[in-house]
Design a protein around this ligand. Structure first.
Ligand SMILES: [Ca+2]
Ligand SMILES: [Ca+2]
Ligand SMILES: [Ca+2]
Ligand SMILES: [Ca+2]
Length: 400
């Protein structure tokens, strides 16, 4: 047999009170009641009382027990819609959590997550139903949520930030939505924007400089600069004409005749390459200075470029007349003018180079867009633009 604490206390108190009431009529031989005088019937009735009841020795019945724990637990009110608030306030206090499920385990559908990025693929052939605790991780290779549109690429999943690449990073069905993934290229008289992921080209404007721009590049602050055979220009917005225009910054040094490459590094330092020479360019005045001869058998084919890691490259052509060899990708140490050949590309007349989103792109005189492997120099044709006659140069994207 077992009694809860409250019933045990009452079993002592009630007979003692009865003894007190009878003491005037007869002597009470047992003033301290030890419970031994409870009748067998009382005991049997007490056993029938639940934990929320108390035995009334006077009526011999179990009665509701309402411990005052500071208010009713309305969260437990599931039953009678006819109950009044007063009725509810009389409900016994529930001192524990109101669990409706097994706290240790419940059936959970988990989804195959091959790339371990936390999002799986909803496929009835690979879905599994496992019994998992509420906070329990599914086994490796499975996820609690589906929606991964590429389960072989952990950089692609819902909620991922969309970045400039050929992927739909956030699985919303669109590649590079909401971000601009373009760099500038130009021909003799026209400025364009190329999106190397969508492989599209759009016309930006006419280049009306006195002599043609031979190359362009982007300053880290976003300004676009260009060089002609004689001058440095900047592309800026003219509030008077309400147009973007090429404005001359200043005259280049005469010795720089023949420059065909312009590169601006991430600190805003500018370089130009011409033939087998390299120059520093002051972007505030346009003056070229510190000409140096590049060591090695190199000859600028069209452009130089500085990538995200601040490494300077140029493409070099074979100077033998009639050569049909592809250009080489050459790494330049601008500190001592030494060069090293990275490797031969697969394209000739690479007139423009651009470092963009961690990649190296080139554009050719044949209006081709190519991607160049910075480790080997090997190049791959991405697209030939049939609506453009030629490319003269290209500018890196502000975020290289
Ligand atoms: Ca996944
Ligand atoms: Ca993925
Ligand atoms: Ca997307
Ligand atoms: Ca993307």
């Amino acid at each position: 047999m077992s009694f809860n604490t409250r019933n045990t206390v009452l079993s002592w108190a009630r007979p003692a009170m009865l003894c007190g009431a009878l003491v005037a009529l007869s002597a009470c031989s047992d003033p301290v009641d030890d419970g031994a005088d409870m009748s067998a019937d009382d005991m049997g009735l007490r056993e029938r009382c639940s934990v929320n009841e108390v035995f009334n020795a006077e009526t011999g019945e179990c009665e509701p027990d309402f411990p005052d724990m500071g208010g009713s637990d309305l969260g437990d009110m599931t039953a009678d819609e006819d109950m009044t608030e007063e009725d509810m306030s009389m409900m016994p206090e529930d001192m524990g959590p109101d669990l409706t499920i097994d706290p240790n385990c419940m059936d959970t559908v988990v989804y195959r997550d091959a790339d371990l990025d936390g999002r799986g693929v909803d496929d009835e052939d690979t879905n599994q139903t496992l019994c998992l605790a509420f906070t329990q991780d599914p086994p490796e290779g499975f996820a609690r949520t589906a929606g991964d549109c590429n389960d072989n690429d952990s950089s692609v999943k819902p909620g991922q930030m969309e970045v400039c690449d050929e992927k739909d990073n956030d699985c919303d069905g669109n590649v590079n939505q909401g971000i601009v993934c373009e760099f500038f290229v130009h021909s003799r008289e026209e400025l364009y924007r190329i999106d190397p992921f969508q492989l599209t080209i759009s016309f930006e404007g006419i280049i009306d400089t006195p002599d043609p721009l031979l190359d362009i590049d982007t300053h880290p602050d976003g300004r676009l600069f260009g060089i002609s055979a004689n001058s440095l220009f900047v592309y800026e917005y003219n509030t008077n004409s309400d147009l973007w225009e090429w404005t001359e910054v200043g005259s280049l040094n005469e010795s720089l005749q023949g420059a065909n490459g312009l590169a601006i590094d991430r600190f805003g330092e500018a370089f130009a390459t011409a033939r087998n020479e390299i120059y520093s360019i002051d972007l505030e005045t346009g003056r070229a200075s510190s000409p140096g001869v590049l060591m090695g058998d190199v000859y600028s084919s069209g452009d130089c470029v500085i990538n995200k890691g601040n490494s300077l490259f140029m493409t070099s052509k074979d100077t033998a007349s009639g050569s049909d060899r592809a250009d080489e990708l050459v790494s330049i140490n601008a500190g001592n003018n030494t060069t090293s050949v990275v490797g031969r590309t697969n394209h000739q007349r690479i007139y423009g180079l651009t470092a963009a989103w961690g990649r190296l792109y080139g554009v050719t005189s044949g209006a081709e867009l190519i991607e160049i492997d910075q480790a080997t120099g090997a190049s791959t044709l991405l697209k030939k633009f049939n609506n453009v006659s030629t490319f003269y140069g290209a500018a890196s994207s502000p975020s290289r």
